[in-house]
Design a protein around this ligand. Structure first.
Ligand code: HEC
Ligand code: HEC
Length: 298
């Protein structure tokens, strides 16, 4: 606060207190029932009716209290008060206490490995809290994901579900890049893929269609998704032969993916979370697909 406004507030506050005192004393004099010496309209008299004593004393006490309060706590402009108390100091103290508590909770779990953390209810609840605050917006509160946002509770991984890979995914983020083939593929080549890829795992698929599709797949797609279509965790290229789809496994969705490409982005959390938080949330995600069913929250 600038000096001007500080003095402004001090003058008004002190002035109000002195003013109240003056008003009280100025009106407290006189004897109840006494007739005052003004008269109107010939016979209208004013009686003196001072404030009750107890009320007056109470009022004076509040003013003394206010003066005491202002001496010890901030209130008079920029003057801090003798105790040096501030709102931000109070907040910092409470935060420090919370941080210390959190640190202790993390420290108690520091030497456990992921399988142990996945079975530890306190680690899971800490991880769940970090997850809700930082990951649920994209992956869902239940971590089941949505279109374009992978389900983290199954054992189907784009990049891998082992502890190191999970930590790497969270620390560095991921950017899966499926190029757009709309301008590259001839219509019949695109058609061959659309008629085959969504039905890869369908044993009843017409042999001719499978062959045409496989041939085209080997030319344009196998470099990333593998000749067998099982994907490549180094690129985050999904397995196309299972029935788990990130963007949808209908012919329409697969055509959309091939023509326009995809670019799912998982943000890096290296600067958003502490290493302890990253470890605990990674262990939480690990636990979602590896813990005994009873522990999987929610
Ligand atoms: C802004 C949205 C967003 C946020 C926030 C986010 N993610 Fe992701 N995450 C994604 C997307 C999108 C992908 C898929 C990336 C791709 O397609 O290559 C992904 C991928 C992942 C994967 C890889 C899954 C696999 O199959 O290999 C893991 C693990 C993961 N996220 C965990 C987390 C955790 C833990 C957090 C919180 C600390 C988090 N994510 C926060 C969007 C997000
Ligand atoms: C340069 C490597 C690369 C090539 C080449 C490539 N893909 Fe992909 N593809 C990816 C990646 C990476 C993703 C995941 C994108 C994401 O995470 O957003 C993906 C995703 C997909 C998906 C979505 C899967 C799902 O679960 O929803 C389909 C379908 C797909 N690719 C089919 C193809 C076909 C068909 C071809 C050949 C025309 C092809 N891809 C060529 C890397 C590639």
């Amino acid at each position: 606060m600038s000096t001007f406004w500080s003095i402004w507030i001090i003058v008004i506050t002190a002035g109000m207190m002195v003013g109240c005192l003056w008003l009280l004393f100025a009106n407290a004099r006189g004897v109840p029932g006494e007739v005052k010496d003004h008269t109107w309209d010939d016979d209208l008299h004013e009686y003196n009716n001072p404030l009750p004593r107890w009320w007056l004393n109470l009022f004076i006490l509040t003013i003394i209290f206010a003066a005491g309060y202002l001496a010890f706590y901030p209130g008079l402009g920029n003057l801090g008060g003798r105790l040096g108390w501030t709102q931000s100091g109070e907040l910092a103290n409470k935060l420090d206490a919370l941080t210390a508590k959190r640190r202790a909770a993390f420290a108690a779990l520091a030497d456990k490995d992921f399988p142990a953390l996945a079975k530890d209810p306190s680690a899971q609840s800490l991880g769940h809290a970090v997850f809700l605050g930082n990951c649920a917006g994209c992956h869902g509160a239940d971590a089941h994901g949505a279109i374009g946002f992978p389900n983290l509770t199954d054992k189907d991984w784009l990049y891998g579900g082992d502890p190191e890979t999970l930590v790497k995914t969270i620390v560095e983020g991921r950017h899966g890049q499926m190029p757009a083939f709309g301008a590259v593929l001839q219509p019949d080549a695109l058609q061959a893929l659309v008629e085959f890829v969504p039905f890869w795992s369908d044993a009843t698929l017409d042999a001719g269609r499978r062959e045409r599709g496989m041939k085209q797949f080997a030319i344009t797609c196998a470099a990333c998704h593998g000749a067998d279509g099982k994907g490549n965790p180094l690129l985050g290229a999904p397995n196309l032969t299972d029935n788990t789809w990130l963007y949808g496994g209908t012919s329409k969705k697969v055509r959309e993916t091939i023509v326009n490409g995809r670019g799912g982005q998982m943000p890096a959390h290296a600067t958003l979370l502490t290493p302890e938080e990253i470890r605990i949330v990674a262990a939480y995600v690990y636990g979602l697909s590896n813990a005994p069913a009873s522990l999987v929250t929610p």
